[in-house]
Design a protein around this ligand. Structure first.
Ligand code: UDP
Length: 400
């Protein structure tokens, strides 16, 4: 008889698009290969405690206002503030989180969000007593070059990071079981599947134009309109088309759609086939979101970063520069002239594309999935025994 499937509960909050994208990638990899049931849960919204339940809206608000985001990021990273925040969260949420975890009875809890360590880990201790069995807990960090300290909690059984830089970061905060495989990406991103021509045809784009893709993460951040404006002016009259993906930023989408442009222009809202858009493009302009950068790298698409969220995304800029897969343009005008220069220099684009593929880690998702199952199946062994095995299998490349 088939064994009862193990239950994996993935915790996140819908702040931006990267956390859910990574969670979906892991779920896809787990259910394809193992006998598991995987549930995704935005536990902050599910707990329904104000003001925490409105985190996605707060992120959407702050992400559009970099000064406020900077104060929030560095403020909450500062130890005394972090401590008070943790106590406050613990006090107001622990009971709800316990109830939610009790209802789910997971064998393994996986957090893919910086705010899903502290309270769920406290609740885990309680849950293990109630269920009289171990409940494993792993963090999968979905940032790339820099990460908020709330990601790192000593009590986890394993902490998966995408770069050596974050491995060091995790160890600095006292986490001992740190494993560096890469950022989990959805299967569609593990390799380029279509030629540019085919991808353009599938998406109804012009097949003979150089294609510049513009995105701003799941929430469409980062002065999208100003950037599109500058790039459109710069490329006016050329053989190029702009494809702008506004994500959930409906306001910008409507404004862009209502205008007339001096170049071919395609405006989209939230798309579920980002891989096709990337495959169709020659260059990507984006804020420095970790998910988007890693996806572009995997598909060999050069990236021009048009901005970054202070703190959280700063390290992603360093990563892109270090790997020579793109640049940071600090103003829309600069972005426009750089894109135009790149489009005229095919050799540079080919070089960056090659570097991007070399920097990508297409096996990360499957490796993390495999180790997560190791954690679940290894419950009879001692945690350290299981984790020592895991660490030996982890590649030890620097940075990447
Ligand atoms: N994304 C998507 N459709 C869209 C816009 C974004 O699927 O219309 C995905 C994108 O492919 C990436 C994620 O949302 O996986 C954005 O993550 P990132 O880490 O770049 O930024 P965040 O939105 O988390 O700030």
């Amino acid at each position: 008889a088939r064994r009862k499937p193990k239950k994996v509960l993935m915790l996140m909050s819908d702040t931006g698009g990267g956390h859910r994208a990574s969670a979906n990638a892991l779920k896809q990899a787990l259910v394809a290969r193992y006998n598991v049931q995987v549930d995704l849960l935005d536990i902050w919204t599910a707990a329904g405690v104000f003001p925490w339940s409105s985190s996605p809206r707060a992120y959407s608000y702050m992400g559009k206002r970099p000064m406020i985001w900077r104060a929030f990021f560095y403020g909450t990273a500062f130890y005394p503030v972090r401590l008070v925040t943790r106590l406050l969260h613990d006090f107001s949420l622990r009971r709800r989180f316990k109830k939610i975890l009790r209802g789910q009875e997971p064998d393994l809890v996986v957090s893919v969000h910086p705010m899903c360590q502290h309270v769920p880990l406290s609740a885990r201790t309680w849950l293990e007593k109630v269920l009289k069995r171990p409940v494993k807990f792993a963090t999968v960090v979905t940032d790339l070059g820099s990460a908020h300290p709330m990601w790192f909690d000593k009590r986890v059984d394993a902490c998966f990071v995408p770069t050596q830089r974050l491995a060091k970061n995790a160890k600095y905060y006292g986490v001992s079981n740190v494993i560096n495989y890469g950022l989990p990406l959805r299967r569609e991103f593990s390799q380029k599947r279509l030629s540019k021509d085919r991808a353009r045809k599938k998406l109804g784009l012009d097949r003979n134009s150089s294609t510049v893709l513009v995105t701003g993460g799941g929430d469409g951040f980062g002065s999208l309109e100003k950037i599109v404006d500058a790039v459109a002016q710069e490329l006016a009259g050329s053989n190029a088309q702009l494809v702008v993906i506004c994500g959930r930023n409906e306001e910008v989408r409507k404004r862009l759609e209502s205008r007339t442009w001096p170049v071919r222009m395609e405006v989209r809202g939230f798309v579920s086939d980002m891989n096709l858009y990337m495959e169709a493009s020659d260059v990507l302009l984006t804020k420095a979101g970790p998910g988007t950068i890693a996806e572009a790298a995997a598909l060999g698409l050069p990236v021009l970063l048009t901005g970054f969220l202070p703190g959280q995304e700063r390290g992603n800029v360093l990563w892109v520069r270090e790997k020579n897969i793109g640049e940071l343009a600090k103003s829309p005008q600069r972005a426009a002239t750089t894109v135009s220069k790149w489009l005229r220099d095919q050799d540079a684009l080919v070089e960056m594309s090659r570097n991007a593929k070399a920097a990508a880690k297409p096996k990360a998702t499957d490796r993390i999935a495999e180790d997560l199952m190791g954690l679940v199946e290894g419950v009879q062994r001692t945690a350290t025994g299981v984790l020592r095995d895991l660490k030996e299998r982890a590649p030890s490349a620097d940075w990447t």
